[in-house]
Every structure is written in C-alpha cells, then in structure tokens.
Write a protein that binds this ligand. Structure first.
Ligand SMILES: Nc1ncnc2c1ncn2[C@@H]1O[C@H](COP(=O)(O)OP(=O)(O)O)[C@@H](O)[C@H]1O
Ligand SMILES: Cc1cn([C@H]2C[C@H](O)[C@@H](COP(=O)(O)O)O2)c(=O)[nH]c1=O
Length: 286
C-alpha cells in the first residue's frame, strides 16, 4: 500500500499520496504494473499551498510539471511512435468560505494552461453572486467559464470540444448533483485531470453535496483555511475552518457572500452558532 503523508504549510494541510513504486509492499505490489504506478504517483508530487490568510501568494506547485512534458515520459525525444495516453487524476481543494479555494483553482488552471494543456472551467449556475458567466473570487479575480446545472449539462454544452479538454476545473463543486459519477468517469475512463474546488461542509458542519464522496477516489486533497472574522475584530489572527451563517435561514443551500456568511474559528463557531439557534427556535415556535 502506498503511504499517505499529511503536509502542513501554514493554515493549509495538503493530504497527498506520496508512495513510489519502490516503496510498494503487500498485495498491491503483485498486481499493479510498476512503471504505470511510478508515473501516476509522480503526478501529484510536490504540491504546496498556503492559506488565504497568508496573503495572495500561493506557493508554486509542481503539479503541472509532469503534464508540461505531456505525460509522455516513456517516449524517446523526437520519437514518431504513438505517445502514451495522459493519465486521469482528481485533485480536490476544500475549506470554508473565503479560504481561497477559487483563487487556488484559478492558479492551478493558469499553471496547466502554461504547460500547454487545454482546460475547461465550469461552475454551478446556482452561483450567480458576482457574474453568471465567470468564475469570480471574493476579491475580484475572474475567468470565463461554463455555468451549468450539472456536469452532464456542461459536457453536452461543450459538444465536440469536450474530448479536447485535458483538464476540467470545477468551482462550487458541492452544488453539482452528478459530481461523483462525472469525475470518476472523466478521470478513470477519459483520462482527464479533474480539479475541484468546493465546500466540504455546510454552515452546520454537515457534508455538502458529493465532495466528500470523492475523497477515496482523489489523487490529492488540499484543505485551506480562512481567517476568523471575529478574532480579527480582536486583532488576533486565527485560522477559520468553518462557515458561519449569520442569517436565520435554515435551508442547506443559500447562495451568498459576506452578507450571509462569515469564516470562523472553532471557538467562535461553537459560541455563535448556539447564539444563532436561539432566535431561530423561538421564531419557529411563534
Ligand atoms: N468578507 C471577506 N471575508 C474574508 N475574505 C474576503 C472577504 N472578502 C474578500 N475576501 C478575500 O477573498 C479571498 C478568497 O477568495 P476566494 O478564492 O473566492 O475564496 P473561496 O473560494 O474559498 O470562498 C481572500 O484572500 C480574501 O482576501
Ligand atoms: C456554508 C454554505 C455556503 N453555501 C453557499 C454560499 C456560496 O454561494 C457558496 C460557497 O461559495 P465560496 O466560493 O466557498 O465562498 O455556497 C450554501 O449554500 N450553504 C452553506 O451552508
């Protein structure tokens, strides 16, 4: 079994497979073709990132490097022989609101494009906060995208262009009803690299959509943190790991920004989510 490592950088933890063919032991070593495994484990290596709380610089990632070489490590230079197929992969970026998930998604998109790959960016059409046809970060970075109710609808809208995309970047992943099925098929059978950004939990810290279902299928999982809004008011910088809803709406899906949510640390989540429950339950009784 390939070992897992938890790499901490500031407010960010990156959980990634860091096995190598040489370190394989047990039954997997008997049936996995070693060369294929060596290539696929190399893809995820070297990923590093820092949290939104640490500013706008997100450390460079080596994730695009192998792909920059076309994923064709086995072919001799200038060879006319058929190139090996690109390997599929699933990268997941999670965290509370305002943690920099979309920023990180766009950084990876730019990195893959710089490596010469064709990238499609998709977001849920439920997210109409800043612009219907763009992925937009809370601080205004933007990029045109497909806005779709489902990933099947995106595939249909892309039409013939779909097969040319080597990377599919999905923002607001928690809103897609067919996330697991689409990503699994795209990575396993269409050999695409799928990069997802989304909430792992809702305002009640419950699973949100299908993001968590993809963890066992992912090549890398990066959890980002934001900065606790209430600690910041006390001039303390504390990592925010939860999204607190500051309105009295109890539906799971409520699209919004700083008017509806605040990033909070554990202490403030516990304190303030209980406060929030009082007006909710008294109004429920009325
Ligand atoms: N009210 C706010 N609270 C916290 N961060 C904010 C707020 N408004 C803008 N930002 C900025 O948003 C950036 C993160 O945006 P984004 O990548 O869209 O986050 P996410 O996708 O995780 O919600 C942060 O670096 C921060 O500078
Ligand atoms: C916590 C929480 C969030 N949402 C919505 C609010 C926003 O529209 C998105 C998250 O956007 P971001 O890019 O991560 O800032 O999800 C929701 O519907 N329900 C929730 O509990």
């Amino acid at each position: 079994m390939a070992p897992m490592s938890l790499c901490m950088t500031g407010g960010t933890s990156t959980l990634r497979l860091c096995g190598s063919a040489g370190r394989l032991s047990g039954s997997a070593a008997h049936w996995l073709p070693l060369r294929r495994l060596a290539l696929s484990t190399w893809y995820g290596a070297g990923m590093k990132s820092v949290s939104a709380t640490q500013g706008r610089t997100i450390a460079s990632s080596a994730a695009a490097e192998p792909l920059a070489r076309g994923g064709n490590e086995g072919a001799p230079a200038g060879s006319e022989q058929q190139q090996p197929q690109q390997h599929g992969a699933i990268e997941i970026v999670v965290g509370p609101m305002f943690a920099g998930k979309t920023t990180e998604l766009l950084r990876r998109v730019a990195s893959y494009e710089a490596a010469g790959l064709r990238v499609a960016v998709v977001k849920s059409n439920k997210d109409d906060r800043y612009c219907a046809a763009n992925v937009v970060t809370h601080d205004g970075l933007r990029r045109p995208c497909f806005a779709s109710p489902s990933l099947a609808a995106f595939k249909e809208a892309a039409g013939a262009a779909y097969s040319g995309f080597q990377v599919i970047a999905v923002d607001e992943a928690q809103f897609f009803p067919d996330l697991q099925e689409f990503c699994t098929h795209a990575a396993d059978h269409e050999h695409k690299r799928v990069v997802l950004a989304g909430l792992d939990g809702d305002f009640q810290r419950q699973r949100f959509g299908q993001v968590l279902d993809l963890l066992p299928l992912a090549d890398s999982v990066t959890k980002l943190s934001a900065r606790c809004k209430f600690c910041a008011q006390e001039e303390r910088h504390v990592a925010a790991v939860f999204s607190l809803r500051i309105t009295a709406d109890s539906r799971q899906e409520v699209v919004g920004g700083a008017d509806v949510y605040a990033p909070v640390c554990r202490r403030h989540y516990v304190q303030l989510s209980q406060v929030r429950e009082v007006p909710l339950s008294s109004s429920d009784e009325a």
